[in-house]
Design a protein around this ligand. Structure first.
Ligand code: MN3
Length: 243
């Protein structure tokens, strides 16, 4: 994926937020985590599948909390001029005192930044994967439906809080994996080798992502969520993951 590095002066982010990019653009790599990126659509835009209140709290409170805590940890450890994706990919090279915060809150920042961009109002883009992404899904899973079944099973059976992902492995094959808490498949040395890969699409299955509307019915949330998947962004992520 294209890397963007923010330059900071006295802790202030100078460059603009990559989240201003249209959702059909490549899913952005989060820059230095000092500001909450804007949602790429209004918080009610995903209704009825994802409700406005869930989006407002999820984005404004949960995502903000990851950013705030990550910023505190980076400041305490003297880490600056970096990129959140690079941080989580290289946790083992970071100061020991910051590694847990980078795992939990850096992961939370990256995962949610991508998550907002992997969704778009229903019907606003392609109805499914296209082009080379479609071919890769068919090569790895046989059909799109098979991929979705495996993804849904991973999302539904993740015990407790976490994420399910469609990833591209180093050998080019696509796979479905699931991670706990805010772990990300890019966290080499943290996630098992079998879970490692470049995320193309992910779903947040923490209860805060669905409980207000779906309560304990996580499978209903997962089913509804497919209606708001931003296939244009997923296709771009796939194209970028080749490099
Ligand atoms: Mn969440």
């Amino acid at each position: 994926m294209k890397r963007r590095h923010f330059v900071t002066t006295g802790g202030a982010v100078v460059a603009g937020s990559l989240l201003d990019a249209a959702p059909a653009e490549a899913v952005p790599d989060p820059g230095l985590p000092l500001a909450l990126p804007k949602l790429p659509y209004p918080p009610e835009a995903l209704e009825p599948h994802i409700d406005r209140l869930t989006m407002t709290i999820h984005h404004g409170k949960h995502h903000q909390a990851y950013i705030t805590k990550l910023g505190e940890a980076l400041t305490a450890a003297g880490i600056k001029n970096t990129n959140a994706r690079a941080l989580i990919e290289n946790i083992g090279k970071q100061p020991a005192q910051a590694q847990t915060a980078i795992r939990n809150n850096g992961g939370g920042h990256v995962n949610h930044t991508w998550f907002w961009n992997w969704m778009a109002p229903a019907g606003s883009g392609p109805a499914g994967p296209e082009g080379p992404l479609l071919t890769a899904i068919q090569t790895s899973f046989g059909t799109v439906e098979n991929m979705k079944k495996a993804f849904n099973a991973a999302a539904a059976t993740r015990f407790g809080s976490g994420w399910a992902w469609l990833v591209r492995k180093g050998n080019g094959k696509l796979a479905i994996v699931s991670t706990a808490n805010q772990d990300n498949p890019l966290m080499k040395g943290i996630v098992p080798d079998t879970d490692y890969g470049a995320p193309l699409l992910g779903i947040d299955v923490w209860e805060h992502a669905y409980y207000l509307k779906y309560q304990n019915k996580r499978p209903d949330y997962i089913t509804a969520w497919w209606n708001v998947v931003n296939w244009g962004a997923v296709t771009k992520s796939f194209g970028n993951s080749a490099g």
